[in-house]
Design a protein around this ligand. Structure first.
Ligand code: GTP
Ligand code: MG
Length: 199
């Protein structure tokens, strides 16, 4: 699939206000600073569509981008951002969980994981939660440009091993870099598959 048009629609802080036009949604989620907004920009060939920042916690709303006038790419707030008050974090957590469980137009979730790190408890817990709720998801390893080939392969193996301890079937996994555009074709053709489009 080629992304021909990408348009920011709005930021939402309440589920009741989300678009009601029944367009299919694919959502990106992951720890704060993992590179969600950068990946959206890379996929859409735009530099400033989604706001990026070296400060964690930039995305604090549910952001809808309309792609090819046909489906929404959704940028969700990063989890695990310590500087947000506990109250606020819990409120956000429950809103995002509600969105993930209840949003009927949400077809698939992409969990972004920093390829440089050992499997992190917070990511594994979230991934296991998605599995328990039977929410379709994939894992997208980000910032792959920052690692050598061998180190990257080793880290991915560790991840697979960790997930195999809990799950028999592993989700699709993608290696990406917003710097080098690694993984762009793979992800876009997977989107087309999910959306049942000719890629
Ligand atoms: P929040 O909105 O705060 O949750 O963060 P985010 O997940 O949207 O991350 P964002 O895209 O803002 O990126 C965070 C930082 O990582 C920025 O400084 C980016 O330039 C950097 N970054 C993101 N993706 C990559 C990548 O693929 N390679 C490299 N080298 N840096 C990246
Ligand atoms: Mg962001």
């Amino acid at each position: 699939m080629e992304i021909k048009t990408a348009r920011f629609i709005s930021s939402y802080t309440e589920l009741s206000k989300l678009p009601s036009d029944q367009k299919v949604e694919l959502a990106f989620i992951g720890r704060s600073n993992v590179g969600k907004s950068s990946l959206i920009n890379m996929l859409c060939n735009e530099k400033k569509l989604a706001k990026t920042s070296s400060q964690p916690g930039k995305t604090q709303t549910i952001n809808h981008f309309l792609i090819n006038d046909f489906w929404y790419l959704v940028d969700l707030p990063g989890y695990g951002y310590a500087k947000v008050s506990k109250d606020k974090r819990e409120k956000w957590g429950s809103m995002i969980r509600n969105y993930l469980v209840k949003r009927e137009t949400l077809y698939s979730v992409f969990v972004l994981v920093d390829s440089r790190l050992e499997p992190q408890k917070i990511d594994l817990e979230f991934i296991n939660w998605l599995g328990e709720k039977e929410i379709p998801f994939s894992i997208v390893f980000t910032k792959c440009d920052k690692l050598g080939k061998n180190a990257l392969a080793q880290n991915l193996k560790k991840y697979q091993k960790k997930l195999s301890e809990v799950w028999v079937e592993l989700p699709p996994m993608f290696q990406t870099s917003s710097e080098t555009q690694q993984g762009k074709e793979d992800l876009l053709s997977y989107f087309a598959e999910i959306l049942q489009l000719e890629s």
